[in-house]
Design a protein around this ligand. Structure first.
Ligand SMILES: [Mg+2]
Length: 279
């Protein structure tokens, strides 16, 4: 007989760059101990990144991960068919996924960014302006990964020639055009009305429907992770010592703040969660 008190199912949602992956080498090997434990315990690990679906698929393979994932800052939520045992609404079917589209159509985003470039007279270079060779030297990606990074659907990362003043002008223009701006840790991003938090809210509902009671852990290192961290039960933020804590996070209950970034810190954080939160 099933007991009346159900242990909540743990669900971990993680950012990739600078969080599970080393910001420069993109390695996750220092996180292997915790990753193995997650696999053994059958804990859903949801990858939530500003990366494209194609890039995330590379990491899902490397991580032997077959859970849902969130691409391009919450633009797309990809759920493997047969993952949840009940029907739910989705926007389209794509290969082995049901896709929930929260983002704005990419050509529209590029159109807006082009108009901002013209109006502001500021030099902006988006991923669509860069060749894969340029992206390779800029991000340290392989040519194949750079090609995948350019296959964007809902979000455009860009660099700006100039300082704070230019960036403030661009932010204001983006807002005027009813789009959103977010800092991803390496690039500025222009996107629609989506964020990682909205994607997490949808996944929470689906997991709750599946497991009845869930406990969500979120891990991130940048401003684009804040909506996701505010949406989970147990937020973990990785930051460098000298950095200031984003204001909105200082009011987040149960926030775990860790110094340093990347897979080593991720491993410590998740190992701790697994030993302390799982009975
Ligand atoms: Mg990051």
């Amino acid at each position: 007989m099933q007991s009346m008190t159900t242990t909540p199912k743990l669900v971990i949602i993680t950012d990739l760059d600078g969080t599970l992956l080393d910001r420069k080498t993109y390695s996750f090997s220092p996180a292997e101990p915790a990753l193995n434990l997650i696999r053994i315990k059958g804990i859903p690990l949801v990858l939530s990144s500003s990366k494209t679906r194609y890039e995330i698929e590379i990491y899902r393979k490397r991580l032997e991960n077959d859970h849902p994932f969130v691409s391009e800052n919450g633009g797309g939520v990809f759920i493997p068919k047969n993952y949840f045992s009940f029907p739910f609404p989705y926007d389209r079917e794509l290969d082995e996924y049901f896709v929930l589209e929260l983002g704005t159509f990419y050509p529209r985003i590029i159109e807006v960014l082009e108009s901002i470039k013209r109006e502001a007279g500021i030099k902006i270079k988006g991923f669509s302006d860069l060749t894969k060779e340029e992206l390779t030297s800029l991000c340290g990606l392989s040519l194949k990964e750079a090609e995948f990074a350019k296959k964007r659907e809902y979000d455009e990362p860009f660099i700006v020639e100039g300082g704070e003043t230019e960036i403030e002008i661009i932010k204001r223009k983006i807002k005027e055009k009813e789009m959103n701006y977010v800092w991803g840790g390496t690039f500025h991003h222009i996107l629609g009305n989506n964020d990682k938090g909205k994607a997490v809210e949808i996944l929470k509902e689906l997991y709750e429907n599946q497991f009845f009671s869930i406990f969500t852990v979120g891990i991130g290192d940048s401003l684009n992770d804040l909506p996701m961290l505010l949406a989970v039960d147990h937020p973990i933020f990785l930051k460098e010592k000298e950095e200031l804590l984003p204001k909105v996070l200082s009011s987040a209950p149960k926030l775990t703040l860790l110094e340093g970034r990347g897979p080593q810190v991720w491993n410590e954080a998740v190992s701790k969660v697994l030993t302390e939160l799982i009975p």
